[in-house]
Write a protein that binds this ligand. Sequence first.
Ligand SMILES: [Cu+2]
Length: 313
Amino acid sequence: MRCLKNLVLMLVLMSVILPISAHERADIYVVDAWAMATLTTTDATPEAAMESSAIYFTIDNPAAHPIRLISAMSATAETITFREGEAVVDGITIPTLDSVSLSSEGIYLALEDLTMDLVVGDALTLVLTFEMLEETGEVSPDSELLEVIIGVPVLAEAPISHPVIAVASWARPTVAAIEMDEMMVTPEAMMTEEPVMAISGAFMTLVNRGESDLTLVSAESSVSDLVELHETQMEGDMMRMREVEGGIALPAGERMELRPGSYHIMLMELNQELIPGQAITITLTFDDGSNTLITVPVYDPMGMADMPHAADE
Ligand SMILES: [Cu+2]
């Protein structure tokens, strides 16, 4: 749990230190991410669990310059290194307008000294730090580091790609980091019968990279008994949310931003608190009958409210 707390502090601090908008974050696409399960069911014997795992994904670099992934952090593991076979490498460079796919045969992220078992169906938050490079491969002189926070599902095998990807996703916490500190002291506080704040929202940029127009028609999540696609509109001088009629259109090749005050995925009747540092999975279903599982980190990119508390400590 200490690790989770550290990750939360890190997320809060980064949001202040690094002047990055959620919009800019969308410009590096980290897709088809997954972490290798150490257990396939919760009732497997503890002896069966491994102490290390791996994370795989594909990074697309649409920028006009190369980028380099220089670090990865998660509360799930004490150490995350970049490896190629057994060898440790010190970063992953993605050339201009190119992509790099991590795999067990190539470069991958090695999770060492796991702080918890990785069970199929779970999800974790991963913070990736990129630096911008010149065409020569040198670090740009006035380059700022770019943080990309992603949710990673724990799976037994690689996910199947879908034309629609979700980038820069986040779900609004129902518990602030400072409240979570108190929960840390008494873990049983998380099991109290106090009603959870029953609603939250998930936000992201959906990109349809396929050849066909699609419409997002519904969403489901294990953390919520009622998930709706919402839009926020002004009615007179009142902001009102309502369920989207006919779904959210995603024309081929285009992006649609789901954000506060606009389209969003409404998570109602939550069956658990959403705590910063967690990640949740949401299944998106489209009008062609296809669906895709997205993993959304729980944090508030605009949430500076916790900062004074964090600084006080
Ligand atoms: Cu809503």
